[in-house]
Design a binder for this molecule. Structure first.
Ligand SMILES: Nc1ncnc2c1ncn2[C@@H]1O[C@H](COP(=O)(O)OP(=O)(O)OP(=O)(O)O)[C@@H](O)[C@H]1O
Length: 706
């Protein structure tokens, strides 16, 4: 009743007044049409204009950036496109180096950023680079805007991957110039690239030879792993590159270590830089989550030690660093044959580029595996979830140590590092590490737990002449790497037990080492008493040649090299030895000439053979070993202060080894997929699509970040 009365009765007069209700409708209608008209107008404005307004709103916030208040990427005034890219790549919280540098870089300052390995330096420069071009509304027609220089192809590719992930919502083009491809073909495309990631040598070559290469509008130069760039002998190249770049630019320089040469480079390339050294005051220079130990081990026990270690860490992901490619090649081969019970992979500078990347990807995908590597893998490469880093051969110095161990305990994860030192290396190396604030404790090997594999190696070599030659090369190459090391306090080739070392590699006797003989022949006459003995000892494969007077040796070394600037030359030679060893050596040194592809084919054959014909004995015990789980590892780790090789007694005999994951070995050794590094094998769009690779293509601009 009330309702009806309410509608029709006197109380509801406003509701029924048609004039008033029309007035109200008219008002509403006018407001709505006005709003729509405005919206339409807004929509009709060119996108760039809307973007420009958004940009100016962002830029207005730059001066207020306060690093102390930043916790998430979204706390920075970043473009929606970058934030979306970060979110999609699951990056939300910032790391310390990112927190402290991104704001400065957004404000247009030059930055020298140093932080421990694995602390997130890549994003710290990629984000400001993307934002800079976004702010300038850069287009492909504007040419090169950002130049990122990285020491190695692998690292360049890794940066490229992060750039593609985070920058995928932007429209800039990005490209990799890392050598190995026809210069002319690269030259034809280089002028389309807005963000160029390159290695120094190839970049300089383009600057010298490519008429299309313009860097005159360059806005930002980024030097990543600056310490490594300089260590690799690129100082002159860098100077030449920097001279070719416009002075008015922003420069960001990142490094894991603060060396004098990095500071020199900074002086040359940065203008009034902001120094950000996030771990300067840290108690230690390695991540807190990294547990570091060292063992003292005789040279002739090292291979046994490694084997025993791997047998007790079957469910772990381990990287083992060696001093030279030939050691990696030989030990990779024999460890495949030994079938330690986990996939074995090898990464070294003598592999072709695509192979290196293939191994890298394969290792990244594996839950448990061991990667034998030279220092090519030591810096900058981001291998997720590595449990152990073993330094089988002593690193050149504390910086190399830090870079190597930096392959584990990345981004807040835990990790373990084990350094293997010869008795002659212990004192000086440990001193160096302590000085560099590296917390490293000695642990002992339990000799009862060491498995002796010498006889098995001897048997392999007896059946396989080619493998024997590899063992000889490994022997010579290791000695040379020690000989070429600068720090003679740590490295003394004349203290090494040659005969025992040869035996431990499976060789019946030590090969003749021509360069050592030469050194000895040139020793001054007045030191000849000791030295004659030494020459004899080497020729007769006696135990050590440690009695050489150090000064005399140093003199001879200089004579031998024929150069007074021996340090530089030796450094170069050492680098070649460890990462790109010379292709030819003397006949006495087992004819070391061999080319990459030959090597790849060999490795491939080896792996294929292993995968086709697994050891039936080992298959017999597969189930037993399969029961190994991480609990076993855990037990080992908890007691590792006493016994890092705490294997069960059943681990001993050769025939008990479980079946290896051959697929991994095959993958590591085959050449089935195209070049992953963008420069060497560009077989067409299908291949690129398959690999989702950022190749410098022959027909399309697959360099687009978007
Ligand atoms: N903000 C973040 N949130 C989550 N993960 C991150 C973040 N920043 C970096 N990472 C991850 O941390 C790892 C290490 O990052 P990055 O490679 O940039 O370190 P780095 O400092 O350059 O190390 P190195 O000196 O060894 O080259 C990478 O796997 C990266 O994806």
């Amino acid at each position: 009743m009330g309702r009806v009365g309410g509608r029709d009765g006197g109380g509801g007069s406003a509701a029924v007044d048609p004039v008033r209700s029309f007035e109200r409708w008219k008002k509403k209608y006018t407001r709505r049409t006005k709003r729509l008209r405005l919206q339409r107008k807004e929509r009709e404005r060119p996108e760039w204009q809307v973007e420009r307004e958004g940009i100016s709103r962002l830029v207005q916030q730059y001066p207020q950036i306060n690093a102390d208040e930043i916790q998430r990427f979204s706390d920075f005034p970043l473009s929606k496109k970058t934030l979306k890219g970060l979110q999609e790549a699951q990056y939300r919280m910032v790391t310390e180096i990112q927190r402290q540098t991104i704001g400065l870089a957004l404000q247009g300052k030059d930055v020298l950023g140093a932080a421990k390995t694995g602390s997130g330096k890549t994003l710290a420069f990629i984000i400001p680079a993307l934002e800079l071009l976004y702010r300038l509304q850069w287009t492909s027609a504007d040419g090169l805007g950002v130049l990122i220089i990285s020491p190695t192809r692998e690292l360049a590719f890794q940066i490229f991957k992060v750039l593609r992930k985070v920058g995928k919502n932007h429209e800039f083009s990005a490209g990799l110039i890392i050598g190995g491809k026809d210069l002319k073909e690269e030259s034809e495309r280089i002028h389309h690239i807005n963000m160029l990631i390159c290695t120094p040598g190839r970049l300089l070559q383009h600057m010298d030879e490519t008429s299309y290469f313009y860097a005159s509008d360059l806005q930002m130069l980024i030097l990543d792993e600056a310490d490594r760039i300089l260590d690799m002998g690129f100082a002159d190249t860098m100077n030449a590159i920097i001279e070719n770049l416009p002075k008015k630019r922003q420069t960001l320089l990142f490094s894991a270590t603060q060396t004098k040469s990095v500071k020199d480079l900074a002086r040359l390339s940065l203008k009034d830089p902001e120094y950000v050294w996030v771990h300067e005051k840290a108690k230690f220079s390695t991540p807190a989550t990294l547990d570091q130990s060292y063992i003292v081990c005789e040279l002739q026990q090292k291979v046994n030690m490694l084997y025993s270690f791997l047998r007790s860490h079957l469910k772990k992901k381990t990287i083992v660093f060696f001093a030279s490619c030939k050691e990696v090649q030989y030990l990779f081969r024999v460890f495949c044959k030994l079938q330690p019970g986990l996939p074995v992979l090898a990464l070294h500078g003598k592999q072709q580029q695509f192979k290196r990347m293939e191994v890298y990807t394969c290792f990244v995908r594996k839950k448990a595996a061991v990667l034998f590597a030279t220092d090519i893998a030591a810096r900058g490469l981001d291998f997720p979830a590595v449990n152990w880093v073993i330094q089988f051969d002593c690193p050149e110095d504390a910086n190399t140590y830090i870079h190597r161990v930096g392959r584990t305990a990345r981004y807040k994860e835990g990790g373990e590092a084990l350094l293997v030192l010869l008795p002659s290396e212990e004192k000086s190396m440990v001193q160096q590490l302590v000085q560099r604030k590296v917390p490293v404790n000695e642990i002992k090997i339990n000799p009862d737990k060491l498995t002796d594999i010498q006889k098995r190696l001897q048997a392999f070599l007896a059946q396989d002449q080619e493998l024997k030659e590899k063992a000889q090369r490994c022997f010579v190459s290791y000695l040379r790497s020690v000989y070429l090391m600068k720090n003679k306090e740590v490295f003394d080739v004349f203290k090494l037990p040659l005969a025992e070392y040869a035996l431990s590699l499976g060789l019946a006797m030590a090969p003749r080492v021509r360069f050592l003989q030469k050194v000895q022949k040139q020793l001054p006459a007045n030191e000849s008493a000791d030295e004659t003995n030494l020459v004899k000892e080497t020729e007769q494969n006696k135990n050590t040649i440690s009695s050489i007077n150090k000064e005399g040796v140093e003199k001879c070394r200089t004579n031998f090299s024929g150069k007074v600037s021996a340090n530089k030359a030796k450094e170069e030679e050492r680098r070649k030895e460890t990462e790109h060893p010379p292709s030819e050596e003397g006949a006495e040194e087992s004819d070391e000439s061999e080319d990459e592809s030959e090597e790849s084919e060999e490795e491939e054959k080896e792996a294929a053979l292993s995968s086709r014909a697994p050891n039936t004995d080992s298959m017999q015990f597969f189930e037993d070993d399969d029961e190994d789980d991480d609990t076993k590892d855990f037990d080992l780790l908890t007691v590792k202060r006493r016994n890092v090789f705490g294997m069960e007694a059943k681990d001993g005999p050769a025939q008990l080894y479980p079946a290896t994951d051959f697929s991994t070995i095959y993958c590591a050794s085959s050449g089935k997929i195209g070049n992953t590094f963008g420069q060497q094998v560009v077989d067409g769009p299908a291949l690129r699509a398959k690999m989702q690779m950022p190749l410098l293509p022959s027909c399309d601009l697959a360099l687009m970040v978007a």
